[in-house]
Design a protein. Structure first.
Length: 100
């Protein structure tokens, strides 16, 4: 951020080790207007990014599932393999299936 905040309100149940004072608010997006606004901005930004990434990686149908781990998304990864945008932590499901 170009301006350092004085205090963080986090939507959820944990406020990790930030260098800025923080408070976790369970269901914060329903209780705190600033968290709700930030959540909307984040989701709109994510959806736009997914639409753009879908043009680069159409085989994964990212515009449709918006990055969620749907069955179709995981099936596409199994068929085409992961691409550079896939997080290694998300791809753990591939290893779990190979263990069974």
């Amino acid at each position: 951020l170009s301006v350092t905040p004085d205090y963080l309100l986090i939507d959820g149940n944990c406020s990790r080790s930030f260098t800025i004072p923080a408070k976790a608010v369970i269901k914060g997006d329903a209780l705190v207007p600033s968290i709700a606004a930030a959540s909307i901005l984040a989701k709109v930004t994510r959806d736009r990014l997914c639409t753009e990434l879908d043009k680069e990686y159409p085989q994964y149908n990212i515009a449709k599932h918006k990055g969620y781990g749907t069955k179709a998304h995981m099936d596409a990864i199994k068929l085409y393999g992961p691409c550079p945008i896939h997080r290694p932590s998300f791809l753990k499901f591939l290893n779990k299936e190979n263990e069974n």
